[in-house]
Design a protein around this ligand. Sequence first.
Ligand code: DC
Length: 217
Amino acid sequence: MIIAIDGPAASGKGTLARRLAAHFGLRHLDTGLVYRAVAARMLDIGVPLEDAAEAEAVARDIDLGSLDRVALSVHEIGEAASLVAPMPAVRAVLRDRQRSFAMEGAGAVLDGRDIGTVVLPDATVKLYVTADIAERARRRTDEIRGRGTDADLMTVRADLERRDRRDTGRTVAPLTRARDAYLLDTTGMDIEAAFRTAVDIVNQASAERSRAVGGNA
Ligand code: DC
C-alpha cells in the first residue's frame, strides 16, 4: 500500500501522514524534510544556495533515513529549502530517490507537494489535504508559540501566503491536486476528526482498488 499526501504548508498533512503510517504499519517519508536537509547541508558547507550543481550532488548524498525533524524545522532552513526546491536537477534526483523509498518493503506514506502528481502517480491512494488560510495561519502560530517562541498571527499568515504562491507558481512540479486525489479539507476539523476521515478514505480506496484488480483477473 502506497499513500501519497500533498497539500500546502500548515494544512495538517504532516501529522496526518505520520498517524496514517503508524495506523497502517507503513514507513513514512516527509519529503519537505528532504528538501530542507539539502538546503541545511548547503548552508553547513558554506556553498551558495544558488549553486545548482552542488545542490544536485548534495541531493544524491542525503540519508533519507536520518532526517532530524526538530533541527530542520527552523524558519531559516524552510526559506533556504524554498530556493533549492525549484531546481529541476535537484527535483529529478529526489524524485527517483523518493520513488525507491516508496517501493522498498511493504509500503509507505509520503507527504509533500508533488507526490501524487509526479513522484508516485500510481499510488494506491492519494490525498490532497488543505484548510483555509486563516485556519492554517492560526494552527502554525499556535505551533510556534507551543515551542516557546513568539509569533504574530498576521506575519505568519503573510508568510504562508508567500509560500503558497511559490509552491503553486513554480514551473517544475508545482503544488496542485492530482485529478484522482481525494480532497480532504480540514477547516473546522480537529486532528482526530481529520485522521478518522483519512483512515476511512484509505480503507475505501484500497477496497475499491482490490475489487478493480480482482475484477480484471
Ligand atoms: O513542507 P516543508 O515546509 O517542509 O517544505 C520545505 C520546502 O520544500 C518548501 O519550499 C516546499 C518544498 N517541497 C517541494 O517542493 N516538494 C515536496 N515534495 C516537498 C516540499
